[in-house]
Design a protein around this ligand. Structure first.
Ligand code: ATP
Length: 140
């Protein structure tokens, strides 16, 4: 790839360790305020992330999709660092596990709604979003 000023480094870390580390021409993430695309020499920033995908463009038509479970992104000096509770590269996603998690979360949500149990409803909704995000990223 070209000189350091025309590339950025993308690093994605979770409590389990580094999930992704590569050079890119652009990264697109979903912040709580909407979609954010970062190219080399973007101004420094920090933003909270939604449970959604990160798209990394490595140039020459090479792209990576990563499922990001919330957290935040920090960008400075052409290094984008995402810190999240969990994150999985597209090829590492176990779709049947995510489908089971989705069904469990839907069932928990249904029961919690019947019982008017808001805490359980909120937790089930978050788990459901995580599972659906993994399924969506895997099926891209
Ligand atoms: P499950 O109920 O299937 O464990 P979860 O949403 O509760 O799903 P997390 O607590 O978010 O799971 O993640 C625990 C660990 O398992 C993390 O390292 C995460 O990357 C990994 N993980 C969770 N679901 C999947 C999946 N479908 N495919 C690959 N890795 C997964």
């Amino acid at each position: 790839m070209a000189d350091n000023k025309s590339v950025l480094t993308v690093s994605i870390v979770t409590p389990d360790g580094k999930v992704y580390d590569d050079q890119a021409t652009m990264i697109v993430v979903k912040t709580k305020a909407g979609e954010l695309g970062i190219m080399p020499n973007h101004v420094p920033l920090i933003a909270s992330l939604a449970v959604d995908e990160a798209r990394v463009d490595r140039g020459d038509g090479n792209k990576d999709e990563i499922a990001i479970n919330g957290g935040f992104i920090e960008f400075s000096e052409n290094v984008a660092t995402i810190v999240a509770d969990s994150a999985e590269k597209q090829g590492d996603i176990d779709v049947s596990r995510a489908e089971s998690a989705r069904k469990r979360a839907e069932e928990r949500l249904r029961k919690a709604k019947e019982a008017h149990d808001t805490d359980t409803m909120n937790r089930a909704e978050v788990a459901l979003r995580r599972a659906i995000n993994r399924i969506n990223v895997a099926n891209k």
